[in-house]
Design a protein around this ligand. Structure first.
Ligand SMILES: NC(=O)c1ccc[n+]([C@@H]2O[C@H](COP(=O)([O-])OP(=O)(O)OC[C@H]3O[C@@H](n4cnc5c(N)ncnc54)[C@H](OP(=O)(O)O)[C@@H]3O)[C@@H](O)[C@H]2O)c1
Length: 364
């Protein structure tokens, strides 16, 4: 196996922690000696062992001696005392000979110090192995640690003629089963899920995760005037945030708070919730990632406000027609084609009979 093969294996391990490590990164580590993997680990949950320590424990459980071995780790080993002691020190203590690092940790508490600490102890370090892949698996962490605002994924599903529902509002279902299963995984792994009041009033969704053994994201409803009915399904479960414009909605804010709902307020922007300010407030509450599930009104505002970091669009091979049928991005839109929000880093996959197109909106 090549260095890249070992790092790819570590990337696969890192993925196993997805959705449980927030606000920490997902990290995988592999220990290699004489051409064989003798230990492997990943960060399973915030507050618990880091990947490197789990790899050492795995090697110990297999009675393997790690002295003189090489380690592959997707993210620079930490150098500071946080919830757990520094991994760089453990690597030195275990007498690892060489460490291959995928990506430097931009966390100001680490930022190159982990590598320096190991090098000063005589360990060889080579960084940048599958760097792009290592960055991609931690795009949420990388944004949150540097900007303290959530990474927002805008998910939409539409027909070939660009509709997200029939003209009657019926939308069950636009995309196929396999696509919907991916969405459930996203709900299971991202910290929050956000929808506009229009979607709540039309569909009365629960916005929960229907995966067996899955966990529900924090529900965030954007509702400038607190129109949300007190018996809305989304309010029935714990962990719901309603965002409104300050001094709107009268008694409703208190009624919601009495029911255990968190009501956040922002200043108004064009008469509505200021989405950029809302992202700052949500980031300060520890929400590092959000699945934006529309509808079209909120999607357009989110794209224009520049808060969307990734779009995931499912296109189902069917036509539903109807000039009044809703589309994924509504509002007024832009005047000219050259104002369009273009995507970069595009990925296209076929999911069952659907297409899944992902990309990063370019900031203008
Ligand atoms: N297929 C799919 O992927 C999918 C996903 C979700 C929804 N949908 C469909 O989408 C439809 C609902 O879409 P919609 O456009 O009517 O409603 P929406 O996007 O869910 O909500 C729009 C409302 O959000 C509120 N809002 C608060 N702050 C805002 C801001 N800064 N910018 C924009 N809006 C803000 C506004 O009401 P206030 O001014 O009162 O606050 C606005 O009218 C439903 O038919 C639903 O079935 C489809």
């Amino acid at each position: 196996m090549t260095r890249e093969d070992y790092m790819a294996h570590a990337l696969g391990l890192a993925e196993r922690g997805r959705g449980r490590t927030s606000p920490n990164p997902v990290v995988g580590a592999v220990i290699v000696k004489d051409g064989a993997i003798i230990g492997e680990g990943w960060h399973k949950k915030c507050g618990e062992n880091h990947a490197e320590i789990n790899a050492f424990e795995d090697a110990a459980a297999k009675n393997q001696d790690v002295e003189g071995a090489e380690m592959y780790v997707t993210l620079e080993p930490c150098s500071h005392y946080g919830k757990t002691p520094p991994c760089a020190k453990a690597i030195i203590r275990k007498k690892i000979k060489k460490v291959y690092v995928g990506l430097l940790d931009p966390n100001p508490l680490v930022a190159g110090r982990g590598i320096r600490m190991m090098e000063e102890a005589g360990i060889q370090v080579e960084s940048g192995i599958l760097e792009e892949e290592c960055r991609r698996i931690n795009e949420i962490f990388l944004k949150y640690i540097t900007e303290k605002r959530p990474f927002v994924v805008m998910k939409t599903a539409m027909t070939l003629d660009g509709k997200i529902a029939a003209y009657t509002g019926d939308s069950k279902w636009v995309s196929g089963e396999a696509s919907r299963a991916i969405v459930q995984k996203m709900r299971n792994s991202l910290t929050g899920i956000m929808a506009g009041i229009g979607t709540v009033l039309t569909d009365d969704p629960r916005l929960t995760c229907r995966l067996e053994g899955g966990r529900d994201p924090v529900r965030i409803i954007v509702d400038s005037n607190l129109k949300i009915p007190l018996d809305a399904k989304v309010l029935k479960d714990e962990n719901c945030i309603v965002a409104a414009v300050e001094n709107r909605g009268g008694e409703k804010a208190n009624q919601l708070r009495e029911r255990g709902v968190t009501v956040l307020t922002t200043k108004e922007k064009r008469g509505r919730v200021d989405l950029a300010e809302l992202m700052e407030q949500l980031g300060a509450r520890g929400i590092d990632s959000i699945l934006l599930e529309g509808g079209g009104g909120l999607n357009e505002a989110a794209l224009k406000a520049g808060i969307v970091d990734r779009t995931v669009t499912f296109i189902a091979p069917k036509f539903i027609g109807g000039k009044d049928a809703k589309t994924p991005v509504e509002g007024q839109g832009f005047e000219k084609m050259d104002q369009a929000i273009c995507l970069k880093n595009i990925e296209i996959n076929r999911i069952g009979d659907d297409l899944m197109i992902q990309g990063t909106p370019e900031r203008k």
